[in-house]
Design a protein around this ligand. Structure first.
Ligand SMILES: Nc1nc2c(c(=O)[nH]1)N[C@H]1C(S)=C(S)[C@@H](COP(=O)(O)OP(=O)(O)OC[C@H]3O[C@@H](n4cnc5c(=O)[nH]c(N)nc54)[C@H](O)[C@@H]3O)O[C@H]1N2
Ligand SMILES: Nc1nc2c(c(=O)[nH]1)N[C@H]1C(S)=C(S)[C@@H](COP(=O)(O)OP(=O)(O)OC[C@H]3O[C@@H](n4cnc5c(=O)[nH]c(N)nc54)[C@H](O)[C@@H]3O)O[C@H]1N2
Ligand SMILES: [Mo]
Length: 774
């Protein structure tokens, strides 16, 4: 068995096909904590849901482009590549000539696969840029709210997200870790591009060995690995801001804050303090007040504040906290709280964001740019904040607010997606379904028959990394990995590059897109340029052939602990922040000037629209947390063994507190219906006392399998609301939703998502089961 190197978003590995043609996967030998998600790879390579050949929706073939209610219900017709590419090239030209490049939505948000050259979104953007541009998307579902807020508060999102204290510095210096959303170990195996050595689980182990006390503030106890010295504060979801304000109030009321730090490094504290004391609204944000909202005892809140003031305290906020309505507030309030403690910029003190959200955060690996495919500039300036996709398709011409600007949605005629799964990632999927009926044409490139592919007109089968050559590396990775080909492409699948090259040729932009290079030429070219830039800085890097046959290159080590805040603390004039004041803005006059009631000039407590206690909540009294799955990356490889092993009654598992289950006559292993007014899904019940009662947890990523407005598989995004975090950031709010649950006593509907949709084969396969090459 030939064994060759490769990598994935969840880590590097080697792979080969055994004598029976089965994929064997082994983690990279130097990975101290390989990801369990590697187990999803073998069963996925030849899974029946791979797209075998180009397919076009029958209604589109028969009636041509145009809005169509049948999209998502229709059958598909398999066609030859030439036919698919000829038709699609003509359609791209039609849309551009009749409506302009702005009418093409090519945001194509999504994680695709590891590999720097065959990165699907980069490939698509490069192609569409060569074609004259497209309406794009900004920010991410991950940190869409923080990415807009943080530049106003600390002058930069990236520096705060990616370059706070390293884990070893925290282990060595921190006396109290206050972890909002915990440090969920399930998430730290993942980094975009993948890392070769997963250090974070080891760092968390050392945190436990050193006995560093952790305040776990989360509705779920599982958000912190066992073995840490934790005290669990089972907070009511979405109320962290109230807790932070009460902690801040206690510090101010007991004079435990640091006036010198606030004076020298911050602006706007006085106004924030007046708000804490109730000057503006008559509400004192003390521990008693917060206790009623958070359902944590007031005495615990006061005690925690005192402890924070007497320790070197590191406050971390996972990204999930900003993936909710008013998601700006917990992030901003945590910064204000850390500023009051006066420890920002000290080793192991201050504020961090995303510790436990991703492997790269706090990792010590080199922070080095690795080779990548240039996308070139987009001539079209039109964009949307990424999570406004359904609004864009449903409301052309409508105005909306974003970061101080008033913007207008363009009229989209063609949607082109490669490497993302909006029917996984977006909220209110029944609304998204109707949004997807609106464009003239929807194109999806994916290796799998995802729910998004099933809502397309053109489905173009892409290869997976094991079927092509590439190199890969993640942020803070220690290695650049040569990704060798392990298997032949499935059916008639082609690389995204080959598909787009075929379109580019037909559209007269072939040379601009390919520059005359094969994929191997590109790898050598991109590597060669990168190598030259490192050589010129005195770093020895092997030639491509040597790198390729070695299978990896060990990246040069770098100092991990250069942090923005340490420099700012040392010299706030020379290292002034890129905010209007140059300081940390506890109050931002600029944000205030936008006049947004849902994000005023300093951190405030704002009740969510759908809120427990309101009339709606009596109908939907359970708070559902739709967080990241522990058994896969998003929706990827849901058919793989690890993901499948986590299912209950064949559906995604929902975790329910025994008291909530008993009140509804639900037992472990039961099939349940989770519902609200937007939709419903089935799920398999798991009972646990590791969540507070009133809170249920159903992770994202079960492939959407609609039967009317019911998802029979367990995708929580049929339940979530398609509303933005605020007018400031327009970020994703998918993390929370209110629901009710009942036992599902009817005959379970069959899952259809595990096999391909209805496909007519106009060109039947050869007798040996293979397809003629198109
Ligand atoms: N309710 C709720 N929803 C959420 C979240 C939440 O917390 N709650 N979290 C959000 C977050 S943070 C994120 S990042 C998003 C993730 O959303 P996505 O990034 O859209 O999810 P993925 O499942 O990773 O989708 C990647 C797709 O790319 C395809 N793909 C893989 N390799 C290739 C390739 O080489 N070529 C092509 N053409 N395609 C390829 C895969 O098959 C898959 O369909 O979800 C968001 N949605
Ligand atoms: N295994 C795996 N790892 C992943 C991913 C994956 O799909 N699978 N996706 C990756 C991606 S793209 C991203 S962006 C990151 C996302 O990183 P995060 O957004 O941080 O991840 P989540 O798991 O959604 O949420 C973390 C925890 O926050 C807690 N939480 C939720 N709501 C609240 C609240 O109101 N208050 C408090 N205090 N806690 C709350 C939940 O219990 C949850 O487990 O994860 C990355 N890591
Ligand atoms: Mo994400």
């Amino acid at each position: 068995m030939d064994v060759t190197p490769s990598t994935s978003h969840w880590g590097a590995f080697s792979a080969g096909l055994d004598a029976e043609g089965r994929l064997r996967v082994n983690p990279h030998p130097s990975d101290p904590s390989p990801s369990p998600l590697l187990g999803n790879l073998p069963g996925s390579l030849r899974h029946p849901t791979r797209v075998a050949a180009p397919a076009i929706r029958r209604g589109w073939l028969e009636r041509g482009p145009g809005p169509d209610q049948a999209r998502g219900h229709d059958e598909f017709v398999e066609v030859e590549w030439d036919e698919a590419l000829d038709l699609l090239a003509a359609e791209l030209r039609r849309v551009r000539d009749a409506h302009g490049n702005e009418a093409i939505f090519g945001g194509s948000y999504g994680w695709a696969s590891a590999g720097r050259f065959h990165h699907a979104q980069s490939q698509l953007h490069r192609f569409l840029n060569a074609f004259g541009g497209f309406t794009s998307s900004r920010n991410t579902y991950s940190t869409g709210t923080s990415a807009v807020l943080l530049p106003h508060v600390v002058g930069s999102a990236d520096e705060v997200l990616r370059k706070a204290s390293s884990w070893p510095t925290i282990v060595a210096n921190t006396e109290l870790l206050v972890a909002f959303g915990g440090v969920p170990e399930k998430n730290v195996f993942v980094t975009p591009g993948g890392v070769t050595r997963h250090h974070t689980p080891g760092f968390l182990g050392r945190l436990g060995e050193r006995g560093v006390p952790v305040a776990l503030i989360s509705p779920l106890r599982a958000d912190l690995p066992a073995g840490l010295h934790a005290r669990w504060y089972p907070i009511r979801p979405a109320t962290d801001t109230a807790l932070m304000l009460a902690l801040a109030h206690t510090l101010a009321a007991e004079c435990l804050h640091d006036p010198d730090f606030l004076d020298r490094y911050c602006v706007g504290y006085d106004e924030f303090e007046r708000y804490l004391f109730g000057a503006a609204d008559g509400v004192v944000k003390d521990a008693e007040w917060a206790s009623a909202i958070t359902e944590l005892p007031a005495a615990d809140i006061v005690a925690l504040a005192r402890r924070m003031a007497s320790s070197r305290t590191f406050i971390t906020v996972t990204w999930s906290l900003q993936r909710i309505e008013h998601g700006e507030q917990p992030v901003w309030a945590a910064i204000a709280l850390a500023a009051m403690l006066g420890q920002i910029g000290l080793p192991g003190g201050g504020f961090g964001h995303g510790y436990g959200s991703m492997g790269e955060i706090g990792d010590t690996g080199p922070d080095l740019r690795v080779p990548f495919l240039p996308r070139r500039a987009n001539p079209v300036r039109q964009f949307i904040p990424v999570a406004r996709i359904a609004d864009l398709l449903l409301n052309p011409g409508e105005q909306y607010d974003y970061d101080g600007a008033r913007r207008t949605y363009p009229d989209i005629r063609l949607v082109y997606w490669a490497g993302g799964n909006p029917f996984h990632h977006h909220q209110d999927l029944n609304r998204l379904r109707s949004a997807f009926t609106r464009p003239d044409t929807v194109v999806v490139q994916d290796p799998f028959w995802t729910a998004t592919a099933r809502h397309a007109d053109f489905v173009l089968p892409a290869t997976v990394p094991l079927e092509r050559e590439d190199f890969g590396s993640g942020r803070r990775d220690t290695h650049l990995i040569a990704m060798h080909r392990v298997a032949e492409p499935y059916g008639r699948a082609r690389d995204d590059y080959a598909i787009l090259s075929g379109l580019a040729e037909r559209l007269g932009i072939g040379q601009r897109f390919t520059e005359g290079r094969t994929p191997r030429d590109w790898l050598e070219h991109l590597y060669g340029e990168w190598r030259q830039s490192l050589l010129s800085r005195g770093v020895e890097v092997p030639a491509f052939a040597e790198f390729w046959s070695a299978g990896e290159y060990r990246l040069p080590a770098q100092n991990a602990d250069r942090t923005l805040f340490a420099e700012f603390r040392r010299d706030p004039v020379r290292h002034r922040l890129r905010t209007p004041s140059g300081k940390i803005e506890i109050t931002s006059e600029h944000v205030r000037s936008f006049g947004y009631a849902d994000c005023p000039g300093h951190p405030v407590w704002l009740e969510p629209r759908e809120w427990l206690g309101g009339a709606r909540a009596t109908r939907f009294p359970l708070h559902l947390i739709a967080n990241q799955p522990s058994t896969r990356l998003h929706s990827q490889l849901d058919g793989g063994a690890v993901s499948q092993a986590g299912k209950v009654a064949g559906r995604e598992a929902i975790r329910i507190h025994p008291a909530d289950a008993a009140a509804r006559g639900i037992a472990e292993g039961d099939l349940v219906r989770v519902f609200n007014e937007r939709g419903a899904c089935l799920a398999g019940a798991l009972l646990t006392t590791d969540s507070r009662s009133g809170v249920v947890q159903l992770p994202t990523g079960a492939w959407f399998d609609p039967l009317g407005s019911l998802c029979v598989h367990g995708n929580p995004n049929v339940l979530t609301a398609d509303v933005p975090s605020s007018r400031l950031s327009q970020g994703c709010t998918g993390q929370h939703v209110l629901v009710e649950i009942e036992r599902y006593a009817e005959k379970p509907p069959v899952l259809t998502i595990g096999s391909p949709p209805m496909i007519t084969r106009e060109h039947p396969p050869n007798p040996d089961g293979t397809h003629a090459r198109g």
